[in-house]
Design a protein around this ligand. Structure first.
Ligand SMILES: [Zn+2]
Ligand SMILES: [Zn+2]
Length: 349
């Protein structure tokens, strides 16, 4: 039987994991160090780990990485490349392939690719190297359907005892997820033009689901069919004459929406371009298409994985409390700036 203890390492996202005799620091983060519940750590001992794990190369995850006294940083190949280029005198990277694994003392560290705004982001699964012990999933930042994430995780493990995840999505006026936002738009309007991001081609699938039919691509949008095909999303959107219109080109979006006098749906970060640069004066509906899960996504993820303990990091206090209130997991810990539930998580298996 192995015991696993988790502490927040700093205020935002970092987690210090003692797994049997092995110590890991995951995403050392950017915030102030957290030593509560860890009075027994004297001086630099708190920063000492066998290895550090880094999910992706966003500053809020790696800012404190030089503080960690470890024998290398286990991360993805692309993040390893960025570390080498961008961190002067940085620690040595130990790159893993997607779904690759490495044994560190008492732990097997497995990596799972996740969708995020950062290229090649990873989640980590920690399992005992000798068979008996709790399974920890640290998702890092993610943005995809919870089902999809669950199916990826199930490629490397059958159970999750401790789920450490984030809930950082900020929705201005709707607590629902993207699909629900799209559905709401679809219910209100028969005809609508969607401007979608090049980086989120699967949104087209979501739009199809919301409308119950395939969208049309305006003939002058030459980019979208190729983007969809490359992403493996259903690429027959150019066929058919009815249904919503989808484009990745802001000018085309504004042109079609204006000429047909139908509402234009845009990701909120595109609003300044559409209204400011292109002067769109028609009805505008904005949806959030960020790189993070909403509280509803996190609740759905936990529902599927059924962990004993759910730890929320990297979140606003409001989102974290929404998860805690809405989740059926009995032991939910909120470790986020402004709302810290002190005390380590300890599980045995
Ligand atoms: Zn990130
Ligand atoms: Zn982040």
């Amino acid at each position: 039987m192995t015991t696993c203890r988790l502490h927040p390492y700093e205020e935002w996202t970092g987690v210090r994991v003692e797994y049997g005799r092995t110590v890991l620091i995951i995403d050392p983060g950017r915030g102030k160090p957290c030593r509560f519940g860890a009075a027994r750590f004297a001086g630099r001992l708190f920063d000492r780990a066998d290895v550090c794990l880094l999910t992706h190369f966003h500053h809020d995850h790696y800012a404190r990485i030089r503080r960690v006294d470890a024998d290398g940083v286990v991360t993805g190949e692309f993040t390893a490349f960025l570390m080498e280029r961008c961190l002067e005198n940085g620690p040595e990277a130990i790159p893993l392939e997607p779904y690759g694994e490495i044994v560190v003392g008492d732990v097997v560290v497995k990596c799972v690719p996740v969708e995020h705004t950062c290229h090649e982001a990873l989640a980590f699964v920690l399992e005992p190297s000798d068979g008996g012990g709790p399974v920890v999933l640290y998702t890092g930042d993610w943005w995809e359907s919870p089902d999809e994430l669950v199916s990826k995780v199930s490629r490397v493990t059958g159970t999750v005892d401790v789920l450490v995840t984030e809930a950082a999505a900020v929705l201005r006026d709707d607590p629902g997820n993207l699909w629900e936002q799209m559905k709401r738009v679809a219910d209100m309007f028969d005809e609508v033009v969607y401007l979608v991001c090049r980086s989120f081609p699967d949104v087209v699938d979501v739009i199809s689901g919301a409308h119950g039919e395939d969208p049309r691509v305006p003939p002058d949008d030459r980019e979208l069919p190729g983007i969809l095909e490359a992403a493996g999303v259903r690429a027959d959107v150019a066929t058919g004459t009815d249904g919503p219109v989808v484009t990745v080109n802001p000018k085309i979006a504004v042109g079609v929406a204006s000429s047909r006098e139908v509402p234009l749906v845009v990701p909120d970060e595109m609003k300044p371009r559409v209204v400011g640069d292109l002067g769109y004066a028609g009805r505008l509906l904005t949806v959030k298409m960020g790189g993070h899960p909403t509280p509803l996504d996190v609740i759905a993820l936990a529902e599927e994985l059924e962990p004993d303990v759910l730890v929320i990091r990297h979140s606003s206090p409001k989102n974290a409390t929404d998860v805690k209130d809405g989740s059926s997991v009995k032991d939910v810990r909120i470790w986020t700036e402004g709302l810290m539930d002190p005390g380590p998580v300890e599980v045995s298996g």
